[in-house]
Design a protein around this ligand. Structure first.
Ligand SMILES: [Zn+2]
Length: 423
């Protein structure tokens, strides 16, 4: 048995915020200690919260093990406080069938330090031609379906996917971005792109596709999840759709919430600030924050996208997109708490019970009987981001050399200590 003693317990799933002990027996939380021997860990002065739940993470295995593996990605997750990862399907081969899901789970049982939940593709090989075997995948453990990395181009196929979401009782997670309107753009379309001479991606690339997907969700009654929203207009559309009763959930990535396109010039033409969707304007950051606070956006999801060094060490418009985000998520998001834009309870909620509720997962809570996933956090400790020390193979971050305030001291997944930093 483990006793986390004397911490400030913050569990937004139950509204709990008090000083006390958290008790873990085997793989679950308990409310009263049994007389067995216990390991006592003094966490007084620190925060104890549920382990973080990430609905959007690229682990790259199988197929791209030079960028990340299940072993390295889940170690990075543990260091970032994440105990549940939903692994996207854009691997090689992609996750199209029940047996693909089973082999991913087999690999995860062997290598993973935290829980890995597979997301299957929406269409076979993400080609947008034919629906994947969603029912077979759901039966063996797929938690959602997504062609993430690209939109499902055909509105008709997206309609059928959403109809299927009702049968399999799993959401369709949409990378809502019109590829014709992206048209080779590489950053947010705005004054900065003009100054830098880089081709922009208009907000409308996202907003047109979000409008389409919301209309199809309304038509079918299906379960739509919008991945990584980046624009004020998309937030407003989701707000209205939710008010009208459309079944939609939405997420925002830490970098889209906190960083703007100015990050592209923090270092000249910093390819590590190239993301998909792109980092946009401070006005978009503000609208995303408001959306998160009023429940329009359900949760924060990292969109952890580790890349090989070579995929970023090139011209800006040749670079691959994405940030290796698991290990910096908490520290970066704490900027919002330190600037009083968000409360600590709101932030922890957006990383724990809210993502779990969006997809109906039984995690993100400290309730007795539930899986013993917990983090111990120091909200004030400052540290300097050194990508070379990441446990992720992906060193691609625009935050290298920056000081973040807020760190993960310990991560417990399914009752076992999987990360320990100074406690
Ligand atoms: Zn995406």
């Amino acid at each position: 048995m483990i006793r986390l003693m004397g911490g400030r317990i913050v569990d937004p799933s139950s509204g709990r915020d008090e000083i006390g002990d958290v008790l873990i027996e085997a793989d679950h939380f308990i409310d009263t200690a049994t007389p067995n021997g216990e390991t006592v860990i003094d966490v007084s002065g620190f925060i104890v919260a549920p382990g973080f739940v990430d609905l959007h993470c690229h682990l790259r295995e199988p197929g791209f093990e030079d960028a990340e593996t299940i072993a390295t990605g889940t170690r990075a997750a543990a260091a970032g406080g994440f105990t549940t990862l939903c692994a996207l399907a854009d691997t090689q081969p992609s996750i199209d069938t029940g047996s693909d899901v089973e082999s991913l789970l087999t690999q995860a049982r062997r290598d993973a330090l935290v829980r890995v939940l597979p997301v299957g593709t929406t269409t076979k090989q993400r080609q947008g031609q034919e629906l994947s075997e969603m029912a077979d995948m759901a039966a063996v453990g797929a938690v959602a379906f997504s062609d993430d990395g690209r939109a499902v181009r055909s509105a008709s196929l997206m309609r059928h996917a959403l109809e299927y979401s009702l049968l399999v009782e799993r959401p369709i997670a949409s990378h809502s971005e019109d590829p014709d309107l992206v048209d080779g753009g590489v950053m947010h379309e705005g004054p900065l792109a003009t100054v830098l001479g880089l081709k922009g991606i208009p907000r409308e690339a996202e907003e047109i596709c979000v409008a389409r997907d919301l209309a199809l969700a309304r038509l079918t009654g299906g379960r739509l999840h919008l991945a990584h929203l980046s624009t004020a207009g998309a937030v407003e559309q989701v707000r209205r759709a939710k008010a009208a009763g459309v079944r939609v959930t939405a997420e925002v990535a830490p970098h889209n919430l906190v960083l703007s396109d100015a990050a592209v010039t923090a270092r000249p033409y910093d390819t590590n600030a190239r993301t998909d969707p792109p980092l946009r304007s401070p006005e978009d950051n503000y609208a995303l924050l408001e959306g998160l606070r009023d429940g329009t956006i359900d949760c924060i999801a990292t969109d952890h996208s580790p890349r090989r060094w070579i995929d970023k060490a090139c011209e800006f418009d040749q670079a691959k997109t994405g940030i290796s985000g698991l290990e910096t998520a908490f520290g970066l998001l704490m900027r919002l708490v330190h600037s009083r834009a968000l409360s600590l309870t709101e932030l922890i909620g957006a990383l724990t019970h809210r993502p779990a509720a969006a997809w109906g997962l039984p995690y993100g809570t400290l309730q007795p009987g539930s899986a013993a996933d917990a983090v111990v956090l120091d909200p004030d400790q400052a540290w300097v981001v050194d990508p070379e020390r990441f446990l992720s193979k992906g060193k691609n971050t625009p935050l290298g050399g920056q000081t973040l305030r807020g760190t993960v001291l310990m991560t417990i997944a399914n009752g076992g200590i999987v990360y320990r930093n100074g406690l």
